[in-house]
Design a protein around this ligand. Structure first.
Ligand SMILES: Nc1ncnc2c1ncn2[C@@H]1O[C@H](COP(=O)(O)OP(=O)(O)O)[C@@H](O)[C@H]1O
Ligand SMILES: [Mg+2]
Length: 242
């Protein structure tokens, strides 16, 4: 059984008289430990799909089973609790809180978890080390480069040790060297820590880091090209090499 199973997943929005259907009866399986890239034109439903998988939004119909649980059926508050335990979200524009330091930004999601101050401190320190920014813990976002801000945002996404990471165009606003550093980091989180990673990107080269690429078009999957058979034993490095 796949970690994530979307069945006839549909999202509609009412807009005045008409309805918009960003996701239209989508079927999708995502295996545990895989790295999936989502591509497709603007407005094709990529962010909508990420938000459903991340438990930020409810589907209109269909089922979304993650680790055996249909999260489409959870109440708003149960879904929020589920999200904070299971999913880390990385945004294109980082979404750091400007008046908080790097340390405090990473600490934020931990405040929802009932753990001691000491353990919280250890987890934040570990997450910041993992992204290579332990020495910037007291910097504010404005004192960091875009690439560093995104790495702090990744530390924030993993500090609760979620099984699933979703990233919406994580390198979309970065220069090439920073984008490479962020992709190396995301690839390590997938390959070394086993995070299941779903990433939206417009860039074919960035998609090559993934072991599978899907194209969305008008809320449906256009194809399913498995770039490297995902087996779990041979972590592919083809993306990292190019
Ligand atoms: N909260 C919302 N209310 C109304 N329409 C929305 C909302 N979110 C997304 N949409 C619409 O759904 C469609 C798909 O959006 P989105 O998933 O953001 O596409 P993508 O990320 O592929 O660019 C677009 O037409 C968008 O305008
Ligand atoms: Mg989008």
């Amino acid at each position: 059984m796949a970690l994530i199973e979307c069945r006839q997943l549909t999202k509609t929005y009412r807009k005045g008289e008409s309805t918009i259907k960003p996701l239209d009866r989508l079927d999708l399986d995502v295996e545990q430990g895989s790295f999936l890239a989502l591509m497709g034109p603007s407005g094709s439903g990529k962010t909508t799909l990420l938000n459903l998988i991340a438990g930020i939004d409810h589907p209109t119909s269909g089922s979304l089973t993650i680790d055996g649980q249909n999260i489409a059926k959870l109440s708003r508050s149960k879904l929020a609790a589920w999200r904070s335990d299971n999913v880390g979200y990385v945004f294109q524009l980082y979404n750091l809180v400007p008046v908080l330091t790097a340390y405090e930004n990473v600490e934020l999601p931990m405040l929802l978890h009932p753990i001691s101050r000491k353990e919280r401190h250890e987890r934040v320190a570990t997450a910041l080390s993992l992204v290579g920014l332990a020495d910037r813990h007291d910097h504010y976002p404005r004192q960091l480069s875009g690439g560093q801000e995104q790495r702090v945002a990744i530390a924030r996404a993993i500090v609760t040790d979620p099984a699933i990471l979703v990233a919406d165009e994580p390198t979309g606003d970065l220069d090439k060297p920073s984008a490479l550093a962020v992709m190396d980091l995301l690839t390590r989180l997938n390959q070394e820590l086993g995070k299941t990673l779903i990433m939206v990107t417009h860039d074919a080269q960035t998609a090559e880091y993934a072991n599978r690429t899907l194209h969305l078009d008008k809320g449906r999957l256009a194809d399913d090209s498995v770039q490297a058979a995902f087996s779990g034993e041979t972590a592919t490095t083809q993306g990292a090499a190019s």
